[in-house]
Design a protein around this ligand. Structure first.
Ligand code: SAH
Length: 458
């Protein structure tokens, strides 16, 4: 695979990344003391942090859930997870959403700005391969602190001459009022207009680089149009249903109040089949325990329909598997594993993404690529060349050590390199000429999709 010339120039350039070259700690977001996470835990754990402490954990959500469970019986894990993460008053993401070093978990864009810059190059490369449409929307689902979009917008700014005739806008899908505030400060400097008239957005502003930015609670509210979608560590935060094979057939795992201990939650099995067991378990399923995330399925279906109709592409990056894993539901608080049923609302709850399910839910409306491992994707995007250039241009030992350390975090198979994956939705015509079957010799070959093919730097 050969990256477009303009993208290769960016990789080799020393001036387009002033942050990385000049920041006092080299790769600016990296804590020198981040230890390795167990690969199975997937979210990256480090030393002390404090979102959960800051959030208080006063037990209000637990009391609310306990009342509900006593009144109307056990709830599905999906319903529990939804309450714990996005309850309007007490949910984990609603109140705080502790992404970053001082929070409960750390993500790739928070570790190194090179990560976001390579993703920015991916979008430019696809935009060029698709014939440089005159307008596109960058739509990020679950933008966290806004760091990834910030890094991508810096790439767009560096390529202003290439994008000069293209009308670019940014659309962020975020349920957390707290995180949308943080994103607004990060991306616009804090000058935003809440509830703009005549818009489906709940907030709008202008990026520091002059690009309009809109915020929505739901992907359905984002206006139609040619769009590049991005979901980094988003699908793992959506509610899952859990199922257990028993001698009597499939049963759904539910959350109930423990009758022996006041205000303590426990897992129980549904006494009979539930609507979800009927709808979500495939007859050919061989595993004994299965997790399904219908909300992720519905969102992928929507993205595939939008890409088929209006054009664009979607890049999904997350930890996950291809329909093979069983029990992956976990909690994280203060960068440590946390009992998922303890103190709901004070910890991040997450489950591995089932990419085979996402592929199925695209329903053939788009082509899919991946999942491929993060270390392969980033290697194909030119991270090694980028590292070399940054190392050559960094004057002091501390900066060089930080750059090497952040590279290791992203790429080491024991850290984030193997458990995180990249997956893409693309229009069929991006991979195969529509009339190729009829006249195979008449068309020039389509450029390969960056990141999913080996990089040849000529
Ligand atoms: N992409 C970021 C943050 C990941 S954390 C990063 O990689 O650093 C998950 C993000 O998804 C948070 O911004 C959270 O508030 C948001 N989120 C969680 N559930 C959501 C939902 N149902 N709809 C929209 N956003 C959601």
């Amino acid at each position: 695979m050969v990256l477009p010339l303009v993208c290769r120039a960016l990789l080799a350039g020393r001036r387009w990344l002033p942050g990385a070259a000049a920041a006092p700690h080299g790769d600016r977001r990296l804590s020198p003391a981040l230890p390795t996470a167990p690969a199975a835990a997937a979210r990256l754990c480090s030393g002390a942090g404090g979102a959960a402490e800051a959030a208080g954990g006063d037990g209000a959500l637990l009391r609310h859930l306990a009342r509900k469970l006593r009144a109307s019986g056990p709830v599905t894990v999906a319903e529990y997870m939804r309450e714990a993460l996005t309850n309007p008053g007490q949910g984990y993401y609603t109140r705080r959403g502790g992404v970053g070093e001082s929070g409960d978990f750390i993500t790739s864009p928070e570790i190194s700005q090179v990560f976001g810059e390579l993703i920015g190059i991916w979008y430019i490369s696809e935009w060029m391969a698709m014939g440089k449409p005159s307008t596109f929307q960058l739509v990020e689902l679950g933008p966290g602190r806004g760091t990834l979009t910030e890094d991508i917008l810096r790439v767009f700014k560096q390529l202003a001459s290439v994008l000069s005739k293209c009308d670019v806008s940014v659309h962020l899908v975020e349920v957390s009022p707290k995180l949308s505030e943080i994103q607004a400060v990060m991306l616009t400097g804090g000058t935003v207009q809440p509830n703009p008239e005549d818009e489906s957005a709940y907030m709008k502003g202008i990026s520091k680089t002059g690009i309009p930015i809109f915020w929505y609670r739901d992907i359905q509210d984002v206006p139609p149009g040619y769009s590049f979608y991005l979901a980094h560590e988003f699908f793992d935060a959506l509610p899952i249903h859990k199922f257990q094979r028993t001698e009597k057939g499939w049963r759904e795992v539910l959350v109930d109040i423990d009758p022996e201990v006041p205000d303590q939650l426990r897992f129980v099995l549904s006494p009979s089949r539930t609507p979800a067991t009927q709808n979500f378990i495939q007859p050919e399923e061989t595993r004994d325990h299965v997790e399904v995330c219908p909300e992720a399925g519905a969102i992928v279906q929507r993205l595939a329909c939008r890409i088929e109709k209006d054009g664009g592409a979607a890049l999904v990056a997350d930890y996950g598997h291809d329909g093979t894993k069983t029990d992956t539901f976990r909690g994280f608080r203060n960068h440590k594993l946390h009992d998922v049923l303890s103190a709901p609302g004070t910890a991040d709850l997450t489950a591995d993404v089932d990419f085979s399910y996402l592929r199925k839910m695209a329903q053939g409306k788009t082509a899919t690529l991946g999942p491929i491992k993060q270390r392969e994707f980033l290697k194909n995007m030119g991270i090694d060349l980028r590292l070399q250039v940054l190392l050559q241009n960094s004057g002091d030992t501390a900066t060089r050590e930080q750059l090497l350390h952040s590279y290791d975090m992203l790429m080491n198979p024991e850290k984030m390199g193997d458990c995180f994956n990249f997956f893409a939705l693309l229009p069929h015509h991006r991979l195969v000429h529509p009339d190729k079957k009829d006249k195979p010799e008449s068309k020039s070959p389509l450029p390969p999709v960056a990141g999913f093919n080996e990089l040849l730097l000529k």
